[in-house]
Design a binder for this molecule. Structure first.
Ligand SMILES: [Zn+2]
Length: 413
């Protein structure tokens, strides 16, 4: 075969892959839809759409729902993504816990587990437990007779990830460095695609595909809990930066002489708006003589306790949460000026305090951001709260299948 023919064959394969992905992505956004509807929406001709659809049906990524009459023209067979195309397993290694779930292809949860796991147990013991839970999740997925194929495993971690190697470089709040997560998982689960990413990146993608960000294109996601994570999603793609570490908003310096951060610097935004900042402020207020119903719980504070106290009118709790809202709002206003997003999503455990922090964030935004950017942005709480990362892991695998259905194990070869 001549070089020219080789090139043309490669070109046609690429075009076919792009068109398969186009069909899958349209079915994600507009479902159910007919073959004719897909042709209108993609600009592909009807015979090409039919051929692509037939291939995707043959490989179980999409299926026919039956005939629907719109009242205009001939009734047509409707298509949707097939929830039984396979199953996805996703895990979050958090600070003090691990969360694992198994879902079908379209993110309906089949099995889940969340365990407290102290970081004092050590890295090896924690990773062993994650692997054991992944095996259990996979068994649960395989027990679903309609879709026994594992499409991928996703692992989210609150740290900097080398995306080429799937290696955790540094997780300040876990105190882990240089852990070859994907290599370890791939050794345990050979022949399965394994995706490793920062937990906020995954969470943002989860909100884009299955949560509060589905109708938005320029999304700033912030997640305040033990740390402050963040991510930017533009047209369904994570903005990663040159070396993959974009989105570390928590380590922007907001007060150059402020509290010491786990990253080693002082006054990072993270030191102002995370749960430990809330607890520290409450202890300080009570230590200075303020009266609060939280006094008996000072050694065991949780965000939920603080929110409950605030709801009952506890002024120390209300003032503290308002203060966090203010500090979040100041940073968000600057980010809105820089990025001009159409959506800011606030997630993480702090979002439990939404009724106390969201109005303050709105006020700060409207006071500090440029009017043209502030008026174009919507602020919402994230949908998946404490499941954000694991749902994002599901979205990570799902996005890979949508973009390259021909590379998945039981896909089109
Ligand atoms: Zn920091």
């Amino acid at each position: 075969m001549s070089q020219r023919n080789n090139f043309r064959t490669g070109d046609q394969t690429l075009v076919r892959e792009i068109n398969l992905s186009l069909i899958m992505n349209r079915l994600h956004r507009h479902t159910p839809i007919s073959r004719a509807g897909l042709a209108d929406m993609t600009g592909l001709n009807k015979s090409t759409v039919s051929s692509l659809v037939n291939e995707l049906i043959e490989h179980r990524f999409i299926h026919e729902l039956g005939v629907l009459s719109s009242g205009i023209g001939r009734p047509s067979v409707q298509l949707e993504l097939n929830p039984q195309a396979g199953f996805i397993v996703s895990a979050e290694i958090g600070v003090g816990f691990v969360s694992v779930l198994c879902s079908n292809f379209t993110a309906d949860i089949v099995w889940r587990c969340r365990e407290k796991l102290s970081i004092e147990l050590g890295q090896a013991a924690i990773l062993d437990r994650v692997i054991a839970l992944l095996h259990t999740a996979i068994e649960a997925g395989k027990a679903t007779p309609q879709s026994p194929t594992l499409l991928g495993i996703a692992i989210g971690i609150p740290g900097l990830i080398d995306m080429n190697e799937g290696k955790l470089l540094f997780a300040p709040n876990l105190r882990w460095r240089n852990v070859p997560i994907r290599h370890l998982m791939q050794r345990e689960f050979p022949d399965v695609p394994v995706f490793v990413d920062n937990e906020a990146n995954m969470a943002a993608l989860g909100e884009y595909f299955f949560g509060a960000a589905q109708d938005f294109n320029e999304i700033l996601y912030l997640s305040a809990g033990v740390g402050l994570g963040g991510a930017i999603v533009r047209d369904g793609q994570l903005m990663r930066g040159t070396t993959g570490f974009a989105g570390e908003f928590g380590h922007m310096t907001m007060d150059r002489d402020g509290e010491l951060c786990n990253c080693g610097n002082r006054g990072c935004w993270e030191t102002q708006v995370t749960q430990s900042a809330v607890f520290r402020a409450i202890r300080q207020a009570i230590g200075s003589g303020a009266v609060s119903s939280l006094q008996p719980y000072l050694d065991d504070l949780t965000v939920q306790l603080v929110v409950d106290a605030a709801k009952q009118g506890d002024q120390v709790a209300i003032h503290t949460l308002n203060r966090v809202g203010h500090d979040l709002g100041v940073g968000i206003a600057s980010l809105v000026n820089v990025l001009n997003p159409d959506l800011v999503l606030v997630g993480g455990i702090i979002s439990l305090a939404g009724e106390f922090i969201m109005p303050v964030i709105e006020t700060e935004l409207n006071t500090r951001a440029l009017r043209s950017s502030a008026s174009a942005v919507t602020i919402l709480p994230a949908k998946h709260s404490q499941d954000a990362c694991v749902m994002g892991g599901v979205a990570t695998v799902y996005q890979r299948v949508l973009s390259q259905p021909n590379t998945i194990t039981h896909g089109i070869n």
